[in-house]
Ligand binder design. Structure first.
Ligand SMILES: [Zn+2]
Length: 483
């Protein structure tokens, strides 16, 4: 039962929750906002609608505005003339699934089908493919990331609640004007027939939009299609990257990351709440309640026998103390550190501090004396060895593969240069490995009355500088499998 629960947890977390979270938090691998431009993007979801879409197209024409439509495939099928008109009038067409259904409830094959079917419908009408995709409700799952080469996921920077009629055109106008500036991606709806929307809501939207377009015109703010916005933003990024590397000023990116916005902080706290729930369900323990670095639980080891340091064999069924790195700690370290070297040093200090605490804990809890080993999953290959861990391959399983993906995502979140860094690194360095240490070794090396209080005479400063010259990024990955 417990195993089943754990699997459910991993699968739900991996498949939907974490990717969604990372998307919202860091805009990782999705497009949400343009940079360095005076135009804003109008995007319309859920259509085409037989009543409102043609009114909207008239309005856009009147103001010379260009927009992006994320259409629902089944609607496009019913109203091909509207798709044709969008295309002919210079708007961009993207995909919003075949039926308006969340990707959380569908398997990867079903999502793929939704996208392909819609793409085919669009292709049959306008004669070309589209690879711009907005999942319903902006909810992405792991496989949406995997398909990134085929599809560009587009979310938004501003939404206004325009799907509710009672908001009214006045308040909607007010909300939209507040966000009216270059680079914004406005999310609006030209169809009110989806779950949770009001059928007549687009009427209010059209009124508000006309006023906003008038103000935009006065202020000299133009509209831009998403494809053009992405292209222009990338050019700006490339340019500024070139300038930055010439000026050699690496500080700014980490500073930006360090100051999380209010919204991001809310999401982080939701994640941490989720983690607390996990800790409660699996009754994770810690050696240090005020400043936890690791959490752990006792469970039987399942798998092939592993030969550990000191020639002790870990066999199937032996009790192990499974380590989980504290995610909150990880966030703190990640947001405080400017470079990967700093992350590495912080994490090494954390591990160094925890191992003696763990030894102490085991000694004072007689029921743990038959635990044979410390056990965790880590993505580093060299770091843990200096502490006495043996690093071995994880058997190739769905679990190993999903852990690998999860740790990759996690790493891109905590690392100062985020996902960019990951792309540069070859994949073999990101393979999760099993790390194990015999309990005897832990007690011997790290307990107060053990033969050595610290591992083989190395001081923390020395380790830190070792790491600086070695591969610091790898050490930053020394989180055992986080939950
Ligand atoms: Zn929608």
């Amino acid at each position: 039962m417990e195993t089943l629960l754990l699997w459910l947890f991993y699968i739900s977390t991996l498949y939907a929750f974490i990717p969604g979270l990372i998307t919202r938090l860091f805009g990782f691998r999705v497009f949400r906002r343009g940079i360095g431009m005076n135009e804003f993007a109008l995007t319309f979801d859920d259509g085409p609608d037989p009543v409102y879409t043609s009114q909207l197209l008239d309005l856009l024409k009147k103001y010379g505005a260009k927009a992006t439509f994320f259409v629902v495939g089944s609607n496009a099928e019913k109203y091909p003339h509207l798709i044709k008109r969008m295309h002919e009038e210079g708007h961009l067409i993207g995909i919003h699934n075949y039926v308006h259904k969340t990707n959380w409830l569908m398997g990867p094959a079903a999502v793929k089908k939704q996208i392909q079917r819609t793409n085919k419908i669009i292709h049959d009408i306008i004669g070309s493919n589209t690879h711009y995709y907005r999942p319903p409700w902006g909810i992405v799952n792991l496989f949406d990331f995997a398909r990134r080469n085929e599809t560009q996921i587009v979310l938004w920077s501003s939404m206004f609640g325009d799907w509710r009629q009672r908001l009214g055109a006045d308040r909607l106008t007010e909300r939209m004007l507040k966000k009216l500036r270059g680079g914004e991606v406005f999310l609006l709806h030209d169809c009110g027939n989806t779950l949770g929307a009001n059928a007549q809501a687009p009427m209010e939207m059209l009124k508000a939009l006309e006023r906003v377009l008038q103000v935009a015109e006065k202020q000299g703010i133009g509209t831009i299609r998403i494809d053009d916005m992405i292209q222009r933003s990338e050019a700006v990024k490339r340019e500024s990257r070139g300038q930055k590397s010439m000026a050699a000023a690496p500080k700014e990116t980490s500073k930006q990351k360090a100051s999380l916005s209010f919204g991001k902080r809310i999401v982080v706290s939701l994640w941490l709440l989720w983690e607390r729930l996990f800790h409660f369900v699996f009754q994770l323990r810690t050696t240090n309640k005020e400043e936890p670095i690791f959490h752990f639980r006792i469970r039987p080891y399942r798998g092939e026998p592993v030969m550990m340091n000191g020639d002790i064999e870990l066999a199937n069924g032996d009790r192990v103390l499974e380590l989980h790195f504290d995610n909150k700690r990880l966030f703190e370290i990640g947001s405080r550190s400017r470079t990967s070297v700093q992350i590495a040093i912080q994490m090494i200090r954390g591990v160094e501090k925890t191992l003696p605490e763990l030894a102490q804990y085991v000694q004072t809890h007689p029921e743990l004396m038959d635990v044979k080993a410390l056990y965790g999953v880590s993505m580093i290959n060299r770091g843990p060895e200096q502490f006495g861990f043996t690093v071995t391959d994880l058997p190739d399983s769905f679990f190993a593969r999903s852990t690998r993906l999860y740790l990759k995502f996690l790493m891109s979140v905590i690392h100062p240069s985020g996902g960019d860094r990951l792309k540069q690194r070859s994949s073999h360095e990101l393979i999760p490995k099993l790390i194990v240490m015999p309990m005897e070794l832990l007690l011997d090396k790290y307990s107060e009355d053990g033969s050595h209080r610290r591992f083989s005479g190395k001081e923390s400063g020395e380790i830190a500088s070792d790491q600086e010259s070695a591969e610091p990024e790898e050490t930053a990955l020394s989180a055992t499998q986080p939950c």
